[in-house]
Design a protein around this ligand. Structure first.
Ligand code: ZN
Length: 147
């Protein structure tokens, strides 16, 4: 799939909730997004980045794949960490971004099962970055706060 680049306004839309996570079109989209993320060496990809205005993102950290559907952040905790981040919609751009060390997220997984995931470190950072995409928020917004 083609990845949408900033400043395309699609990246600023708030995404709609997915009504049926097990729908075959959604299942195919998840597979296509994982393939696209890997082909572009990304740690994560959100549906608006491939032109879909729905609450879905995929991530791969330490060879483990995560699919989040309709994710809700339940808690952010731990230290604030500034680490350089990139985004597939901003080729070649890397900025130090402040993120929380730990996150607790409620979401549906790719089988439509509701789950609570706790993550820390890099995975927590990727979760925060991708969930921001579903709200039309981009890492450059947080970089401004840093300055
Ligand atoms: Zn991104």
């Amino acid at each position: 799939m083609k990845i949408i680049q900033y400043p395309n306004p699609i990246l600023r839309q708030k995404c709609e909730k997915i009504k049926n996570p097990t729908d075959s079109a959604i299942q195919q989209l998840i597979l296509d997004m994982i393939k696209t993320m890997r082909a572009n060496d990304g740690a994560g990809l959100a549906a608006p980045q491939v032109g879909k205005n729905i609450q879905l993102c995929v991530m791969e950290v330490d060879n483990e794949i995560f699919t989040l559907i309709n994710p809700e952040i339940k808690n952010l905790s731990g230290k604030d960490l500034f680490i350089e981040e990139g985004c597939l919609s901003f080729p070649g751009k890397f900025l130090p971004i402040k993120r929380c060390e730990k996150i607790k997220v409620k979401a549906y997984d790719n089988s439509g099962k509701k789950q609570i995931i706790r993550a820390r470190g890099l995975l927590a950072r990727v979760f925060q970055h991708e969930i921001d995409h579903l709200n039309g928020e981009l890492f450059i917004d947080k970089a401004v706060e840093y300055k």
